[in-house]
Design a protein around this ligand. Structure first.
Ligand code: CTP
Length: 217
């Protein structure tokens, strides 16, 4: 089996949260800081890969050498990933994409009162699943952020989203998941094999992850 020439590998990475607006001054989102995705982008660059980084609103320095595509909403992330997917060899979706958005986005600030007491939501598109359904040569890697039954839910997502790998990540406790500098994850492959990464810094985990998901041709 021959390893791909590192410089020819094009990697598409998503990172950070999305924001789904209720009106111009209010939105729903989540605590993702984008650190894991940006660390993976750094590690991929370090490995000599070309990196497209689609990032929701984050306060992180742009990895030098990556092409950064800033987005805000899940819909914008979907369109950007859709535009870049066919040219990539590896898709790594670390983004904490909002699963819901308000069914109505008001164009003017809603005044406090009855109007905002009940908000109807609709589902956003599952970006990872949509890309996976049309994958050709791509290696597709998803993240499963879970607070309980981490491995069971991650395995379900690996199968239902037709992924090559899923990173099972427990969130909601100190030293792991959202906003932390460190993490501890389980990388599960489609053949059922798995490997624990960490506890370690997100950078160290990212380096190992990039080695493990390197496409072979
Ligand atoms: N994801 C995506 N598009 C969405 C929601 C999630 O591409 N609209 C991706 C995430 O980037 C992640 C994977 O799907 O790589 C799993 O996301 P997660 O939020 O853990 O799971 P969901 O599929 O949203 O399911 P649930 O919220 O029920 O756990």
């Amino acid at each position: 089996m021959l390893m791909s020439n590192a410089s020819s590998i094009r990697c598409l990475i998503t990172a950070g949260p999305t924001r789904e607006f209720i009106d111009p001054v209010r939105y729903i989102s989540n605590p993702s800081t984008g650190k894991m995705g940006f660390s993976i982008a750094e590690a991929a660059l370090e490995a000599g890969w070309n990196v497209d980084l689609v990032a929701g609103p984050v306060a992180l320095e742009e990895p030098k050498g990556a092409i950064l595509y800033p987005v805000i909403t899940a819909e914008e992330m979907l369109h950007q990933v859709d535009a870049l997917f066919d040219a990539c060899d590896v898709l790594i979706m670390t983004a904490a994409v909002s699963d819901f958005r308000p069914a109505i986005q008001h164009t003017h600030k809603e005044k406090k009162g009855e109007a905002l007491m009940n908000i109807e939501f609709e589902h956003t598109t599952d970006i990872l699943k949509t890309m996976s359904e049309r994958k050709a040569h791509q290696t597709v890697v998803g993240f499963a952020a879970e607070t309980e039954n981490v491995v069971t839910y991650a395995n379900e997502k690996l199968a239902s989203k037709n992924l090559d790998f899923i990173v099972a990540n427990e969130v909601g406790r100190a030293g792991s998941g959202f906003a932390a500098d460190t993490n501890e994850v389980l990388l599960i492959a489609a053949d059922g094999s798995s490997i624990k990464l960490g506890p370690a810094t997100k950078s160290a985990i990212a380096e190992e992850l990039i080695q493990l998901v390197t496409p072979t041709r």
